[in-house]
Write a new protein. Sequence first.
Length: 142
Amino acid sequence: MNIFIVLFTIIAMECLSWFIHKYLFHGPLWFLHKSHHQKAKSFFEWNDLFAALFAALSLYLMYIDRHNFGYRFFIGLGITLYGMIYFVVHDWFVHQRFKTFKSNNTYLQAVRKAHKIHHKNRGKKEGKAFGLLFVRKTVLKN
């Protein structure tokens, strides 16, 4: 059951991330997220605060359930694993914040292409492809 909770949380995080990205990051939280759509001036961006917020939430959930390893612990673990996946795929592979991860894998190349479509528009409005791991075929036809 705990593995199911972790896997469900990872999938739910991708869906929630799409929603948050489209309606909050490109909405009222644009003032922080816009640093991600601009040319980097340093290694860190204001947008990185979102990762810290999700990390704090996952650590909190694991901490409060650390003695009995209940469902909150495994939700926190799922959020942590999603964050690690997101970091590797988004920051390391797609944006090349570290230049060591290259791949010709068809799926990863589709993720990269979809994300480049998202970044094609540098503004707050009229963006496309707000997710990361689930790539729509219609987005890739552009």
